[in-house]
Design a protein around this ligand. Sequence first.
Ligand code: GTP
Ligand code: MG
Length: 149
Amino acid sequence: VEQSYIMIKPDGVQRGLVGEIISRFEKKGFLLKGLKLFQCPKDLAQEHYKDLKDKPFFPGLIEYITSGPVVCMAWEGVGVVASARKLIGATNPLQAEPGTIRGDLAVQTGRNVVHGSDSPDNGKREIALWFKEGELCEWESVLTPWLIE
Ligand code: GTP
Ligand code: MG
């Protein structure tokens, strides 16, 4: 089944938005397979965002992501990667639709509170990068038959 790596960035943690953000994915009907509060080291942040390493904002981005704890999550479900991107909203929160996480809770690209994988392959890659063996939980929700026919 498809999985997405979702991460509440340090601003989301500092602003007390952890419960609110987790709640949106829970209510939608995805399955939480991994969850931890984590202080990200610089080398991991650089690896995670390596495709952006030549951008002018890259040093600031690494500073931001390592500035305090993040909440790392693995969410599972059919279509979860694309759906999570929709729930999160556009990269620039001022352009994100109301009703999305960034549209409702943030104002600036450099403080956009949450990350979501942009493809199923990157979902796999990022979950392997941020979680160690044994940190994910293999379980099924009793609600699954009420969500999926
Ligand atoms: P993620 O889910 O975090 O990957 O965001 P995204 O997929 O919507 O955007 P992208 O992968 O292009 O950029 C990753 C992150 O880099 C963004 O979420 C921002 O935090 C940051 N970022 C991207 N563009 C800019 C920019 O122009 N300025 C600044 N300050 N940060 C940027
Ligand atoms: Mg991205």
